[in-house]
Design a protein around this ligand. Structure first.
Ligand SMILES: [Zn+2]
Ligand SMILES: [Zn+2]
Length: 398
């Protein structure tokens, strides 16, 4: 199954799907630093020119958008990440009486900084006091330094902190190593593209990838400031926020953030509108963990990727998909089939959970809308293949 792009292959064994990055903020920052250095030796006239250029670059930055912010309930907002060459997660924003709590921090500090600025403009001028990392994945934690720089306290579970310590360096390296093959695909596509829109799209993706590499070359991870075992409560006049571990699922330590007053749960990647990455997952335990989150009295699910869920239908479909697929892979493995055998026989059409109530179309539409896909099947088929392989490997992990 590795006959096509390298990026596709990578989706099988880790979380680094080739979905993602938005805007060349790091590029702009380098540009500004360069201008700053040049200023030292410039004449007054030149300095005036440079200042105007800097002001223009900054004002352009102010209008660039990497997220759409959507009001979910009173004091609850979802920041939905635009599709990008290096995936950014969504963020959830909870407005408390004199501060904000943000959940999850994207794949690079400049994306987190862009969201902080957008929150100030579009949501509230109150300062962010806490950032929660739902789990250790790079597309949820690599923006942490931007929050830390502003004095924000980062909260995560003990286990997530341990997983960040253990994996952050390798996962960053994986994401950087993934750039060259993606550039390769994009340059080939660019060479064949004739429509201006296609050429612009390819050039924009290439620019995003290059700016990611530039920004992340000197990246130093930050660790959470506050950690907890299973539960942590942030009390405020506006609402209580319950940070809870409800069982292993997408990783060994997924935490959800629940506001009983607003009937809203930020779910991280345990629940989303995509087919999830399962490379770090616990397929046998995942459905029960989703059930447990479903028992929280809530209406709104703010997911790590894709749209806000305004009822529980899609949550249940995801749960059924994971349970059904795990059952099929389990049976196949017991019957002596290899992962590659099963990747061929388990298809979207063969899964009852995919056919029920348009679930396959729902997921496919979300992937098309929210991700960048460089393979040559469909993102839905690719992710199913990745899920079969990940379940095969992870079925009986301790
Ligand atoms: Zn994610
Ligand atoms: Zn994840």
């Amino acid at each position: 199954m590795c006959s096509h792009t390298h990026t596709h292959h990578r989706s099988n064994d880790d979380h680094s799907y080739p979905e993602q990055l938005g805007v060349p903020h790091s590029h702009r920052r380098d540009f500004l630093q360069l201008l700053g250095r040049s200023l030292a030796g410039a004449s007054l006239l030149e300095a005036g020119f440079f200042r105007a250029t800097v002001a223009r670059a900054q004002s352009q930055g102010a209008t660039e958008r990497m997220f759409d912010i959507e009001k979910v309930a009173d004091g609850v907002f979802a920041a939905l990440a635009h599709p990008a060459a290096i995936t950014n997660c969504n963020a959830a924003i909870f407005v408390n009486s004199d501060h904000l709590v943000v959940v999850d921090a994207h794949s690079k500090p400049s994306a987190a900084a862009a969201l902080i600025a957008q929150i100030k403009r579009d949501v509230s001028t109150l300062p962010v006091r806490y950032l929660v990392n739902t789990h250790f994945h790079y597309d949820h934690t690599q923006g942490d330094p931007a929050y830390k720089k502003q004095g924000v306290k980062i909260i995560a579970s003990e286990m997530t902190k341990r997983l960040i310590q253990e994996h952050s360096r390798n996962r960053l390296k994986d994401s950087l190593d993934g750039v060259a093959p993606m550039l390769d695909v994009l340059r080939k596509r660019l060479a064949k593209a004739t429509a201006a829109a296609d050429r612009n799209w390819c050039n924009d993706q290439i620019r995003q990838l290059q700016s990611y590499v530039t920004e992340m070359k000197a990246y130093a991870p930050e660790l959470p400031d506050i950690t907890f075992e299973k539960t942590y409560v942030l009390r405020d006049r506006a609402q209580e926020l319950h940070l809870e571990f409800r069982g292993r699922a997408h990783t060994g330590s997924d935490v959800v953030v629940y506001s009983p007053q607003r009937r809203a749960v930020a779910t991280g990647d345990m629940i989303s509108g995509f087919l999830p990455a399962m490379g770090d997952g616990y397929p046998r335990e995942w459905p029960a963990s989703i059930d447990s989150v479903g028992q929280m009295e809530s209406q709104f699910l703010l997911t790590g990727h894709g749209p806000v869920h305004r009822n529980h239908d899609r949550r249940i479909q995801l749960r059924n998909y994971i349970a059904e697929l795990t059952g099929m892979v389990d049976a196949g493995k017991r019957a002596g089939k290899t992962s590659v055998d099963l990747q061929k026989t388990i298809t979207v059409a063969s899964l009852k959970s995919m056919q029920a109530n348009g679930y396959a179309k729902y997921v496919s539409d979300n992937l098309n809308k929210f991700t960048v896909y460089l393979g040559n099947k469909t993102p839905l088929e690719d992710r199913l293949v990745g899920n079969v392989d990940a379940i095969y490997k992870n079925l009986d992990r301790a």
